[in-house]
Each structure stands twice: as structure tokens, then as C-alpha cells.
Design a protein around this ligand. Structure first.
Ligand code: UTP
Length: 275
């Protein structure tokens, strides 16, 4: 069973400067809800109630968001706007939130290792809140938990992307398992390849279920591209032992770490809210 979800949220979000100078990227709202709240809701839908968040300097707003605001709540109590806080209050009541700080931003792999203290020796989910997903029936994490229960190894969410876009992603190599149409046994992974070097057009997106041996592997992983400790390099070690499944999830994903993706998500959720 997956009980904990890790949110690496320490990155600088430089693509959104100046908005992210004093505001965490994870707190940017799509309509009225910050990105990280969508991620927490997705985790809750997958049956997870323990949220572990890796923050950094300038990220205090995340902690305040998942806390009670007595003054504000007293002010709007009994009024026509009280319902606007009911969703977030529901999350606060049902979940626990714990935080640890990444002191130096040495990459996603390093952020995950920083979260070890909050996770411990058990398999866990990871959500990159700037990848915003919208699914019709079952959320991405909930779909992935089912895959994990079947294969009992790390699971990463993948999505088909146009071949000329692969340079933006980690891209997998692998074969479909058990005659399935959406589940791959991963044999290789390449971080941000040129289209001609890409082993497929199946890109890794920001949802993972990882087995806890990943922490020791990250500890031994040398910095890769840009001097950062890449999560992909660590997962590749598990993949070489046949212990990683790639799952082509059912749903839509927006790269809200980029301005184009953020605008697309805003339009999508706005149109949906009007239906
Ligand atoms: P990104 O590279 O997309 O985020 O990292 P970023 O660095 O904040 O954004 P840009 O490129 O400067 O605009 C993916 C995820 O990993 C986290 C980020 O917060 C984001 O959720 N991350 C990245 C960390 O927590 N620590 C790091 O050292 C790097």
C-alpha cells in the first residue's frame, strides 16, 4: 500500500520570473486553486493522506496554505463566501503535512533524497506539482497505485509526445508487458535526447511511485547534466535490473512549469468550469 506522497517543491521556477521571485511556483493558481493543491487532491483520491513536501527558501506560502487562517476564516464565517474555503479545509482535516528544506538546489534526485527523512523505508508516490493532470474517471496516481500493486516495483508515468519535442523530457526504452497496451517494462532511459537519439517518443512526466531502495541509489549517483543529481539516472539503475514499469496513463497533462502549458491548463479548466 502507498501511504505517503512526496512533493519536491524547492526549485526556483525561473521560467516564471518575476512572478516566482517571492511566490513559490507551486502556489501559482490555475483558476482559483494553486498547483500544489491539485496535486494533493490527486494523492488523496489515490488513498494517500500523508503529504511530505520538500521546500526551500521563499516557500513559506505553501505551509501557510495547508494551515488554518483563523482571522480570515472568522471574517467570512456564515457569509456567502465561506464555501470557497471548504475544499482546502477538507484537505487539512483529512491529511497530515510535513516539510523539510532542501538547502542547495542540486536537482530533482537530490530533492527526493532530501525527502527521505519524511518517507522512511517504504514505497512512496512522487508528484511534481507543475505537471498538472486531468483525468476523466480515475486520477493518474490512483491508476499508478493499481499498477504498483500488480508489479510491486517502481512505476513511472509516461505519455506519447511528438518526436520533435522529446528533447524536453526523459524518454524511455522498453517493451510492452503481458500483452498490455499501456504498460512497459523499462530497459533504458535518456534525459532530454535529440530526436535522432531518442529510443521512443514515450516521455516521462511528473508522477512516480518509487521503492525505497531509490534513496541508496541516489546517494551513489554522480551529478549529471547541469551538475544536478538526476532522478532519471537513479531510476535507470533500477530499470537495468528490470524493476521499473512505465505506465501510459489515461488522461491529459499540462506542463505548468512553462508559460504555454500554464495558459493551456487555465483555458482547459476554465472551459470545464463553464460546462
Ligand atoms: P524543474 O526544473 O521543472 O523546476 O524541476 P524549476 O527548477 O523550479 O523550474 P525552472 O526550470 O527554473 O523554471 C522539476 C521539479 O523538481 C523540483 C521543482 O520544484 C519542480 O517541482 N526541484 C528541482 C526541487 O525540488 N529541487 C531542485 O533542486 C530542482
Amino acid at each position: 500500500m502507498i501511504k505517503k506522497c512526496l512533493f519536491p517543491a524547492a526549485g526556483y521556477g525561473t521560467r516564471f520570473l518575476p512572478a516566482t521571485k517571492a511566490t513559490p511556483k507551486e502556489m501559482l493558481p490555475v483558476l482559483t486553486k494553486p498547483l500544489i493543491q491539485y496535486g494533493v487532491e490527486e494523492a488523496v483520491e489515490a488513498g494517500i493522506h500523508t503529504m511530505a513536501i520538500v521546500t526551500g527558501r521563499g516557500k513559506r506560502a505553501i505551509e501557510d496554505h495547508f494551515d488554518i487562517s483563523y482571522e480570515l476564516e472568522h471574517q467570512i464565517k456564515g457569509g456567502s463566501k465561506e464555501h470557497l474555503l471548504s475544499e482546502i479545509r477538507g484537505l487539512i482535516d483529512r491529511c497530515t503535512f510535513s516539510y523539510t528544506r532542501q538547502i542547495e538546489m542540486k536537482g530533482l534526485g537530490h530533492a527526493i533524497l532530501t525527502g527521505e527523512t519524511l518517507i522512511g523505508p517504504e514505497p512512496f508516490a512522487v508528484v511534481l506539482a507543475d505537471d498538472l493532470c486531468d483525468c476523466e474517471e480515475q486520477g493518474v496516481l490512483s491508476q499508478m497505485v493499481e499498477v504498483f500493486e500488480k508489479y510491486q516495483c517502481s512505476v513511472i508515468a509516461i505519455q506519447e509526445v511528438p518526436k520533435d519535442q522529446v528533447y524536453k523530457y526523459g524518454v524511455i526504452d522498453g517493451n510492452l508487458v503481458d500483452g498490455s497496451e499501456d504498460t512497459y517494462r523499462i530497459s533504458g532511459m535518456v534525459e532530454k535526447p535529440e530526436p535522432e537519439d531518442a529510443p521512443s517518443n514515450l516521455a516521462i512526466i511528473g508522477r512516480y511511485i518509487l521503492t525505497p531502495d531509490i534513496f541508496d541509489i541516489i546517494r551513489k549517483t554522480k551529478p549529471g547534466k547541469g551538475g544536478e543529481i538526476q532522478l532519471t539516472d537513479a531510476i535507470l539503475q533500477q530499470a537495468k535490473e528490470g524493476r521499473v514499469i512505465g505506465y501510459k496513463f489515461k488522461g491529459r497533462r499540462f506542463d505548468c512549469g512553462s508559460v504555454d502549458g500554464f495558459v493551456a491548463a487555465t483555458n482547459w479548466f476554465y472551459d470545464k468550469s463553464k460546462d
